[in-house]
Structure formats: C-alpha cells, structure tokens
Design a protein around this ligand. Structure first.
Ligand SMILES: [Mg+2]
Length: 288
C-alpha cells in the first residue's frame, strides 16, 4: 500500500476511535471494548475495500456489512458519520429515546446500516442469505460479516458457516474478531474456543489470521481472500478488546464501560488527545 494511503487510513482509524471515546463518555456508558477492537478493520473496509456510496446508501451495487456483534454499533456509527452517511451531530444521540442510532444497529433507522443485528449469532445467517442473493444474481458484490469470538458460543454461527462453506459463498467475507474476551470474562474461561482458525479450516474455509490493529495487514488479507475461488473465506482478526487505549485494554469488565469515576474520565481524555495528535499529523502514532 502507498504510504500516503496508509497514513490516510491511520488518521481515519484515529477519527473513528476518537468518536467512539467521545460518544460513550457523553452517553455515560456503553460498549467500549468490542467497539475499539474493530476500529482498524472498519477503517480499511470503509476507507479502501468496500464499494459504497455514502450519498446514496441504498445504491443497488454496493457492498454490504453485517455487524453480527451488534453491540459494537458505536464503532460502526462513528465510521458511517466520518464517511458522511449522516451528520456527526447524530453521534451525541446514541441510545436516546427516538434516536436514529440505537445501542444495536437497526437497518430501518440508520443510513448505511444494511442489517439489523445484536441478537448474537443471527447476523451470520443474514449475511449467508445476502451472499446467496448475490450469487444467484451473478453479482460481483461482497458482504462483509463481522462476528465476535464470544458470539461463537451461539450454535447458529456454526450452522451458517457450514452453509457458507458448502455453497462456496466466497463473496461473504467472514471476519471473526478474536479479541479473546467476552462479556463475563476471557473466552477461554467462559467457553474455550480452542483454535478458531483451525475450526474454520475444518469447516472448509480458506483462513487468514491478521493483527487487528494493522491496517496494511488487514488490507492485504482482504485482497488475498478476494482472489480465492471455489472456497469460502475467513479472516481471523487477532485483536485486543479495548484496543488503542491502554487503560481500557487492561480494565476488567471492559465490555461495557461506565464513566463513573475520575480515573476513567482522565484516561479517556488522554486517549482522545492521543487520537487528536494522530489526526493532526503529530508524532504520537503508536497504537498499542
Ligand atoms: Mg470478544
């Protein structure tokens, strides 16, 4: 990737991350950990890989995203706002009564949201259906499916994966956000997933594992899996829950954070100023 493009994506990531931090602090609580772990992924998808038209969200030829781990809605809303799907002022209405940005995505409320999600597991079947539609009409469109690692506790995921693999739906790019934690603890403690990559391989997928905070590696992986023919494809995102903010990365219970003490607010403000430095082209571009 050209350095200017990579720098553009890093700045896009910083903007998304900053929006999430500001939005959740303003709300006073929210799904922090799982939103932060997919920031760089969303930056690459909406900044480079996806065929989209923000001024015409329902454009027939668009690529689609199904955020099956719907609790990461704040990350998606930040991305869509930065791309101009709607005004950034909407972000401060997150989860309000009557808002167009509910806690979990709703395709009837938010421009750019292609599928309603949040009931874990169900997005996998929806994406499989969308990909089947693309295949039947001979379209070159892609649907990107983002699934949480904790979400894999839902048996529905594995039914959908088996279907996607059987029908070789390689225009459904399955991306598993392996941030190793879920609501109540680590995935190993709650329900050991063992090797997710090996499981997906055994289901018949072509599997690529990449670091979740590396825009260039994510972009390369997506480009690579798009070349695969006659086989379903999966990217395992080796990510960190709460990524990019060291305080939230190590905070117990970072799934949903409450801004109820000075320490959290101070850490959040430091993280916001770190994003500002990246956005303004400063030297502090190291995201842990
Ligand atoms: Mg997780």
């Amino acid at each position: 990737m050209e350095q200017t493009k990579l720098q553009e994506l890093k700045i896009f990531s910083a903007k998304i991350r900053k929006d999430i931090l500001e939005m959740l602090e303003e709300r006073g609580y929210g799904h922090m950990g799982g939103s932060l772990s997919i920031v760089e992924l969303l930056s690459v998808l909406y900044g480079k890989q996806m065929k989209i038209n923000p001024s015409n969200p329902n454009w027939e030829e668009r690529d689609m995203l199904v955020l099956s781990k719907g609790h990461a809605g704040p990350a998606w809303y930040s991305t869509l706002a930065e791309k101009g799907y709607f005004d950034k002022s909407w972000l401060s209405t997150l989860n309000d009564g009557g808002t167009r940005l509910p806690s979990h995505p709703d395709r009837l409320k938010t421009p750019g949201v292609d599928m309603t999600t949040g009931s874990l597991g169900q997005g996998t079947s929806a994406a499989a259906g969308i990909a089947t539609g693309f295949q039947m009409k001979g379209s070159n469109q892609y649907v990107y499916l983002i699934v949480g690692d904790g979400e894999l506790n839902e048996g529905q995921c594995w039914e959908a994966f088996q279907y996607i693999a059987h029908y070789q739906l390689n225009h459904c790019i399955v991306i598993i956000d392996e941030n190793k934690r879920q609501l109540d603890g680590t995935t190993k403690e709650i329900m050991n997933p063992f090797s997710i990559a090996d499981k997906m391989k055994s289901f018949g997928f072509y599997v690529k594992t990449v670091k979740g905070n590396d825009e260039e590696a994510i972009d390369d992986a997506i480009t690579e899996v798009k070349q695969i023919e006659n086989q379903a494809v999966c990217i395992v995102l080796d990510s960190v829950k709460g990524a990019g903010v060291s305080y939230f990365e190590t905070l117990a219970g970072n799934h949903s954070v409450k801004f109820n003490n000075d320490e959290i607010i101070k850490a959040n403000h430091e993280a916001i100023s770190q994003q500002n430095k990246i956005i303004e082209g400063g030297t502090d571009t190291c995201i842990s």
